[in-house]
Ligand binder design. Structure first.
Ligand SMILES: Nc1ncnc2c1ncn2[C@@H]1O[C@H](COP(=O)(O)OP(=O)(O)O)[C@@H](O)[C@H]1O
Ligand SMILES: [Mg+2]
Length: 296
C-alpha cells in the first residue's frame, strides 16, 4: 500500500492558500498528520478522499491516479470527516444494518455478520440497541469508525477524531484506531502531540498549507538529541529570554516560576541544563523554524 501525493496545491476563492505544493508518500500503518488549526489538514484529507479537487498536483494509490479514478478510490476508502451530520433516532445496530444495505451488501446474513464485527471492533456491541443520537462524543466517534469499516476499506482517513473527547474516551478511541491500523493506511489528523506519540508509526507536521517535516516519531526525537536546554526563570524575565534565546515553549511550575525550553545546537549559557527531547519539542521546533522563515 502506497499513497503518493505530488505537488498538490489548493487556493480557496477567498484567496487562502490552504495547500501549498504538498508532496509526500505514505505507506501502510498509522500515519499522524499533526498541525495547528488552519494548517490545511482537513483540506488535505478532503482532497485525498476525492471530495474536493486540488488546483494542481497528482495523487495516486498503488499507482492508480485517484483524482481521475474516483470510483476506484472510493471503493477502498473509509473517511470520517471532522464533523458529521445529525443522526436519526435509530439504534446503532439498525443504523449500521441500514448503511450496510446502502453499500450493496444484499445478503442478510452477511450484513448481520459485518455489522457485528464492526460493533465489536469499536467496542459498541454492548450498547448496540441504544440510539446513536444519545451516544456520548466518544461513542459517536467510534460509531463513525464502525460505519466506515462496513466496506472493509484499505485507506482510512480520520479527521481530528479526538478533538473534544475526555481523556477516557480519547483513550478508548485511540485503542480502536490501533486495532484497525495494521494492514491498512490510516491517516489521522490531530493538533494533539500525545495522540501521535501514543499511536503513530509515521508522521508529518503541517502548517500554512505546507508539509514541514516527515519522519517517524522516534526519528524526530533523535534528531533533537543534545539540542534541548531547560531553565527555570521568573515570569517577568520571559521576554528577555525570548529575545536572547530560541525559546520554543514555556510551562508554569507549581511555585509559579516558568520552565522554559530552548532549542540550540550548543549550550546557550551555563545557566541552562541539557534536557532529553520530547515529541512536543519536535513539534514546536518545527513550527518555530517555519515562522522564522516567514518572518525573514
Ligand atoms: N471552504 C473554505 N473556503 C475558504 N477558506 C477555507 C475553506 N476551508 C478552509 N479554509 C481555510 O483554509 C485554511 C486551512 O483550513 P483547514 O484545511 O480546515 O485546516 P485545518 O483542518 O488544519 O484546521 C484555513 O485558513 C481555513 O480558514
Ligand atoms: Mg480541520
Amino acid at each position: 500500500m502506497e499513497l503518493s501525493l505530488s505537488n498538490i496545491s489548493k487556493t480557496y476563492k477567498n484567496g487562502v492558500k490552504a495547500l501549498d505544493d504538498v508532496t509526500i508518500d505514505i505507506s501502510a500503518g498509522m500515519f499522524g498528520l499533526l498541525g495547528p488549526n488552519g494548517a490545511g489538514k482537513s483540506t488535505l484529507m478532503r482532497t485525498i478522499a476525492t471530495l474536493q479537487a486540488p488546483d494542481s498536483g497528482i495523487a495516486s494509490l498503488n499507482g492508480i491516479n485517484i483524482l481521475e479514478d474516483k470510483i476506484a478510490l472510493r471503493q477502498t476508502l473509509g473517511y470520517l470527516p471532522q464533523s458529521f451530520g445529525v443522526y436519526p433516532k435509530m439504534s446503532a445496530e439498525d443504523l449500521l444494518l441500514y448503511f450496510a444495505r446502502l453499500k450493496g451488501i444484499s445478503n442478510k446474513k452477511e450484513r448481520e455478520e459485518i455489522v457485528q464485527t464492526a460493533l465489536e471492533i469499536t467496542n459498541l456491541w454492548e450498547v448496540r440497541k441504544k440510539n446513536v443520537k444519545g451516544y456520548s462524543g466518544g461513542m459517536k466517534q467510534r460509531f463513525g469508525i464502525a460505519q466506515l469499516l462496513l466496506n472493509s476499506p484499505k485507506l482510512i482517513i480520520v479527521d481530528e477524531p479526538t478533538a473534544g473527547l475526555d481523556p477516557a474516551e480519547r483513550h478508548r478511541f485511540l485503542n480502536v484506531l490501533r486495532e484497525i491500523g495494521t494492514n491498512n493506511i490510516v491517516i489521522f489528523s490531530t493538533h494533539i502531540v500525545d495522540d501521535v506519540k501514543e499511536l503513530c508509526t509515521d508522521m508529518a507536521i503541517m502548517n500554512g498549507g505546507k508539509i514541514l517535516s516527515h519522519h517517524t516519531p522516534t526519528e524526530g526525537v533523535e534528531r533533537l538529541k543534545g539540542q534541548m536546554w531547560t531553565k527555570n526563570i521568573q515570569r517577568d524575565d520571559l521576554e528577555e529570554h525570548e529575545a536572547k534565546f530560541n525559546v520554543i515553549s514555556s510551562n508554569f511550575n507549581q511555585d509559579n516560576s516558568l520552565n522554559i525550553r530552548v532549542h540550540s545546537e550548543m549550550q546557550p549559557d551555563e545557566s541552562f541544563a541539557s534536557s532529553n527531547p520530547e515529541l512536543e519539542d519536535v513539534y514546536f521546533v518545527t513550527l518555530h523554524k517555519d515562522s522564522e522563515v516567514v518572518a525573514a
